[in-house]
Design a protein around this ligand. Structure first.
Ligand code: C2O
Ligand code: CU
Length: 447
């Protein structure tokens, strides 16, 4: 069963068919036609997959799209063969054919899945959904909401998805940024709420390239997990929460707005505030708020040994206003002008990366790795490692939160550290999907 209720037994695998197909859906007001999307289960977001920690997912992808596709289970510590990367861990599934995915979900948390063939087009067309791995025991909350944020680039005349997926501007600048922003496929998602209600918000940034800067209004709460992984202690939310593409945040929030008022998840865009999600507050769930929430139960992970960690550096260069002179592309040194002609704009350690390029590093299973990422470009990049979470290393040298995607601003240096405990061929790339398609892709091989 897909999208089964939370009560499903842990031992039971989640199964079924995920049909990837073309569908029409109403994104814009009635004066526009419906928008043609590509969706899993014919919807955008696609069918929600929900399973218990330690459970398993057994689904058949049935590709009815006009293009080959595959599904990547973002953030799951998965068997490499099930990682869903077309051209690396499997062949893309041709139109009319199927592929069986069968994997265990060892860690509780908020994950997502998305197409991983021509991702810069297929994710923009709507091929993604939530993958929720529930904790063994229910939390002390009243309810939860899965909020998938996205921006679509729509033609303002026709209301259809802009088909210029190979845009030079998107590749060389900040990526494909949409002009229509929503949550769960709706422009201003409105949800009912009650005063003093405690909600868990599972927020997923599914956009191709947009950073979401979010604030709370009429809600007060804590960040309890990032990229699926629980924080050691819940962090009171006092500031904006910034989510790069593919990043997630789990919040526990209390509705503090009075009955008859509205509470909001607010999006800040160039210093202006917009409503991303509206909560219509009606009635009161209880007389008083609960106390601060407990931390989520931790997922198992090995401890990184920073002292003995293998050091690896990644220098990111290129893009507009980047000053890249030349880089190696398909074993040839090309000038920036030649790269531009080939539709390539970025390099990692002097090499324009792709799915089958040389690995950034090859390490033995169990080794600790400390990776220093130098963003020597003018744009932010959201670097995602498949198959394993890493710690961001804090300024004082301590290990910060576990993440699977790290947002690194132009000019910034970020160290991440992890135990390479999952054998395989793991993609490591920018989740600004136009950047990944134009050079920002490499691999980490764990033997
Ligand atoms: Cu979420 Cu390689 O991707
Ligand atoms: Cu990037």
């Amino acid at each position: 069963m897909l999208a089964a209720r939370p009560m499903m037994a842990a031992a039971q695998p989640m199964g079924g068919v995920l049909k990837a197909s073309v569908a029409d859906m109403r994104l814009l007001p009635a004066e526009y036609p419906e928008t043609r999307i590509w969706g899993i289960g014919g919807t955008m977001p696609g069918t929600e997959i929900r399973v218990k920690k330690g459970g398993s997912v057994q689904v058949t992808l049935d590709n009815e799209l006009p293009q080959p596709t595959s599904i990547h289970w973002h953030g799951i510590k998965i068997d490499n063969a099930m990682d869903g990367v077309s051209g690396l861990t499997q062949a893309a599934v041709p139109t009319g054919q199927t592929f069986d995915y069968d994997f265990v979900t060892p860690d509780a948390g908020t994950y997502w899945y998305h197409a991983h063939n021509r991702s810069y087009e297929q994710v923009a067309r709507g091929l993604y959904g939530a993958l929720i791995v529930e904790e063994a025991d229910p939390l002390d909350i009243d309810r939860e909401e899965v909020l998938i944020l996205d921006d679509w680039l729509l033609d303002p005349e026709t209301g259809q998805i802009n088909g210029d997926f190979e845009s030079t501007h998107a590749k060389s600048h900040a990526g494909r940024i949409g002009n229509f922003i929503g949550t769960n496929g709706t422009a201003d998602l409105t949800l009912p709420a009650q005063k003093n209600e405690r909600l868990r918000l599972r927020i997923i940034n599914a956009a191709n390239a947009r950073l979401f800067e979010l604030r709370l209004e009429g809600l007060e709460g804590w960040t309890v997990a990032l990229d699926g992984m629980p924080l050691d202690t819940p962090q009171a939310i006092t500031d904006a929460i910034i989510l790069g593409p593919a990043q997630r945040a789990d919040l526990i929030v209390d509705v503090v707005a009075d009955s008859g008022k509205t509470a909001r998840l607010v999006r800040i865009d160039r210093r202006e505030a917009f409503s991303q999600v509206t909560f219509d507050v009606n009635g009161q769930a209880s007389l008083a708020r609960r106390g601060p929430p407990a931390a989520l139960p931790p997922n198992d992970h090995q401890i990184v040994d920073l002292a003995s960690a293998r050091r690896v550096s990644l220098f990111m260069e290129g893009g507009a206003m980047g000053g890249l002179k030349s880089a190696t592309y398909n074993d040839e040194i090309l000038s920036f002008r030649e790269l531009v002609e080939a539709g390539q704009f970025w390099s990692f350690n002097g090499v324009v990366g792709g799915i089958d390029g040389a690995p950034l590093t090859q390490v033995a299973r169990g080794e600790s790795v400390r990776l220093s990422i130098y963003n020597n470009t003018s744009f932010p990049h959201a670097m995602h490692l498949h198959g394993m979470h890493f710690h961001e290393v804090m300024e004082d040298g301590s290990l910060g939160p576990l993440r699977d995607t790290s947002l690194i601003f132009g000019g910034e240096v970020r160290d991440v550290a992890f135990v390479a405990d999952n054998p395989g061929n793991w993609l490591f790339h920018c989740h600004m999907l136009s950047h990944a398609a134009s050079g920002m892709m490499t691999r980490v091989v764990v033997t």
